[in-house]
Design a protein around this ligand. Structure first.
Ligand code: G6Q
Length: 539
C-alpha cells in the first residue's frame, strides 16, 4: 500500500467544509445531558468523554471516512507485525522495524512478531532472576547488606518515559527502595543526586541504546569516579541496559547486562528493559508484568476500526480535526493526578520528536501542518497559573484532561462533606465544561468565549496496569497521527545538527587545553567566533 498525503483523501475536502461551521457551544452555553452521554468511548478500563469537542455526528462520520481512506488501523497492524516502517522512501534513512509493541506482546500465544516477542521474553527472564537475587540476598553489597537505592543514568528516551512511570507508580514501591535519575550533562545534576546517597547500598543502572551518548557516558564516568573515591568497586554496583554490540555491551564491566533492540525507538522504549530494570527494582517483577499487561490490552484494542470504539484512534482524529481543520497550534495535556507529574514531559518527547516533521514518507514537503506543540502540567496547580490564557487568551488551546476516580494512596478526609479526591474531580470536570460553554457577561472582562475544545480521559485508579494502558494509548495515538499525516514518526534527524556542532565546539575546548597557544585558526563556521563572543573560553 502506498501511503497518501492527508489532503489527498476524499474526506479531507468534506472536513474542510464542515470546519466552516463547527459545533457551537455559544448558542446555548450548556452541554446537554444527552450530548454528554452520547459522546463517550470506552476501552481497556478508560472512558473518553468528548462531548466538549467541537464535533457532531457528521464530523465523526467524516473522521471515520478519513481513518478508513488512510487505512490507519491496517498500518498499525503492519507496524506491529514487523514491517520496516521507519524509513523515507528513496532516501538514506534508518530503515528499521518499529516493534516497541513486541515488548508487551509476550503474554499472547501468537505474538504479532514472534522473533521480537521472543527476545523480550528472554530479557524479562533475566530481569526476573536479577530481581529474585536482590530479594533473596544472593546479590548484596560488600558488607552483605541489601541494596536500597538505584540511580538511573540515561537521557532522552532512556530517561523521560522511565522517569514518568516511576513517579506515576511510586505509591506501589517496595518499602525501603528508592530510585534517582541523572540525565543532564550539567555536572550539578549528578552532584545533587549523589549528595546524601549511601553509595555502598546503591545500584547504578546505566541506560543507553547506542552506548555512545555523550551525556550518559560522561555521567557514568563521573559516578564511577565517585564509587572509586569511596573505595567501592563499580563493577559490583553498575548494571547496563544497551543495544547488542554497542560500545557499552561489555558484561565484564557490569554486575548484570540487559539488552534493548534496534527495532525499539528510544522514546517508545519505556516498556523494554530501558524502563523494566529500574521499575522492577522499585515495584518488583509483578509490577513490571502488570504494566506490560495493561499496555498489551491497549495494543490489541487499538486495532478496532470503528473510531467510536477505539480511544487512541479517536483522540488522534480529534487532534487532527482541531489542528488541521480548526487551526489550533498547540495541545495541552493536563493530568489531574500528582502521579503524572512527569507524564506530559514524556509525551512532549514522544509526540514532538515523532511528529515534528516537514516531509512525508516519500521525502516531499508537506502541504499541511504535522505535529502540534504539546505542553502541560498537572492540575489543579495549572489552574492557578496558565489557565487564564486557556480560558480568555486570544489563542485557542485544545486540552486533553486525564483523571482518575480514586486516589492512589486512599489517604483522604472529608472537609465540608467532600473528600480531596472529589475536590480534584470537581475541578477537572468544571474546567472541561467552562472551556466548552464559556460565559456571557455585561462586563467584557468577565466574558468567556467558550468553544475551547477539550476531552476528559478517565480511569478508576492510577495503577501499574492502568499506567501501562495509558502509555500505550498515547503511543498508539501518536503513531495514528503520523499515519494520517503520512510522515515517518520513528526517526529524529532533527536532533543531529546541534549534536554535530556541539562536538566541533568541544574539539576547540580540548585543543585549547592541550595547547595554550591554540587560537582557533580554523575555518569560518566552526563556531570559534561564537565561543570567543560567549566568554566560555575564559579560564
Ligand atoms: C528517542 C531518541 C533519543 C534517545 C537519546 C538517548 O527516541 O532517539 O531521545 O533516546 O538520545 O539515546 P541512547 O539511549 O542511545 O543513549
Amino acid at each position: 500500500m502506498n501511503p497518501v498525503d492527508l489532503d489527498k483523501h476524499p474526506s479531507f475536502a468534506l472536513l474542510k467544509e464542515l470546519a466552516q461551521a463547527p459545533f457551537n457551544f455559544a448558542s446555548s452555553r450548556v452541554v446537554a445531558a444527552d450530548r454528554i452521554k452520547k459522546y463517550v468511548s470506552s476501552m481497556a478500563g478508560f472512558d473518553l468523554l468528548y462531548s466538549t469537542q467541537r464535533i457532531d455526528d457528521d464530523v465523526l462520520d467524516a473522521l471515520q471516512a478519513l481513518a478508513d481512506e488512510c487505512r490507519v488501523t491496517e498500518q498499525f497492524k503492519t507496524m506491529k507485525s514487523g514491517a520496516v516502517m521507519n524509513r523515507i522512501e528513496g532516501f538514506d534513512s534508518e530503515n528499521r522495524q518499529v516493534l516497541h509493541t513486541a515488548t508487551r506482546d509476550v503474554f499472547s500465544d501468537s505474538p504479532a512478531e514472534p522473533n521480537a516477542a521472543g527476545q523480550a521474553v528472554k530479557e524479562l527472564q533475566k530481569l526476573r532472576l536479577f530481581l529474585a537475587d536482590l530479594q533473596s540476598g544472593a546479590i548484596v553489597n560488600k558488607n552483605g547488606e541489601a541494596f536500597t537505592d538505584m540511580v538511573q543514568v540515561g537521557i532522552g528516551g532512556s530517561d523521560l518515559g522511565p522517569r514518568a512511570l516511576y513517579h506515576a507508580l511510586s505509591a506501589f514501591k517496595i518499602s525501603g527502595r528508592r530510585v534517582h535519575f541523572i540525565s543532564n550533562v550539567d555536572p550539578d545534576d549528578a552532584a545533587s543526586v549523589l549528595k546524601g546517597l549511601d553509595l555502598s547500598r546503591t545500584l547504578v543502572n546505566v541506560v543507553s541504546k547506542s552506548g555512545s551518548t555523550l551525556e550518559t557516558l560522561t555521567n557514568e564516568e563521573l559516578v564511577r569516579e565517585a564509587y572509586k573515591r569511596e573505595g567501592l568497586e563499580p563493577q559490583q554496583h553498575f548494571v547496563a541496559v544497551t543495544g547488542e554490540g554497542s560500545p557499552m555491551d561489555n558484561p565484564e564491566s557490569y554486575l548484570r547486562s540487559f539488552y534493548m533492540f534496534d527495532y525499539i525507538g528510544g522514546r517508545y522504549s519505556a516498556t523494554s528493559m530501558v524502563g523494566g530494570v529500574m521499575l522492577g527494582f522499585a515495584l518488583g517483577y509483578q509490577g513490571v508484568e502488570d504494566i506490560l499487561r495493561g499496555a498489551a490490552e491497549v495494543d490489541a484494542a487499538a486495532e478496532e476500526k470503528d473510531i467510536r470504539k477505539n480511544i487512541p484512534l479517536l483522540m488522534a482524529l480529534l487532534g487532527v480535526w482541531n489542528h488541521n481543520f480548526l487551526n489550533c497550534e498547540t495541545v495541552a495535556v493536563l493530568p489531574y493526578s500528582q502521579g503524572l507529574i512527569r507524564f506530559t514531559a514524556h509525551l512532549q518527547q514522544c509526540d514532538m520528536e515523532s511528529n515534528g516533521k516537514s516531509i512525508n514518507r516519500q521525502g516531499a514537503d508537506l502541504s499541511y501542518q504535522s505535529g502540534p506543540i504539546v505542553w502541560g502540567e498537572p492540575g489543579t496547580n495549572g489552574q492557578h497559573a496558565f489557565y487564564q490564557l486557556i480560558h480568555q487568551g486570544t489563542t485557542v488551546i485544545p486540552v486533553e484532561f486525564i483523571g482518575f476516580r480514586k486516589s492512589q494512596y486512599d489517604n483522604d478526609i472529608l472537609i465540608k462533606e467532600t473528600s480531596s479526591q472529589e475536590k480534584l474531580l470537581a475541578n477537572l470536570l468544571a474546567q472541561s465544561l467552562a472551556l466548552a460553554t464559556g460565559q456571557e457577561h455585561e462586563n467584557p472582562n468577565k466574558r468567556f468565549p467558550g468553544n475551547r475544545p477539550n476531552s476528559v480521559l478517565m480511569a478508576d485508579r492510577l495503577t501499574p496496569g492502568s499506567m501501562g494502558a495509558l502509555l500505550a494509548l498515547y503511543e498508539a495515538k501518536i503513531a495514528f497521527q503520523g499515519f494520517l499525516w503520512n510522515i515517518n514518526s520513528f526517526d529524529q534527524e532533527g536532533v543531529q545538527l546541534g549534536k554535530k556542532l556541539a562536538n566541533q565546539l568541544l574539539d576547540h575546548f580540548a585543543a585549547r587545553r592541550k595547547d595554550n597557544t591554540y587560537d582557533g585558526n580554523v575555518p569560518d563556521g566552526s563556531g570559534w567566533a561564537l565561543l570567543q563572543a560567549s566568554g566560555a573560553l575564559k579560564r
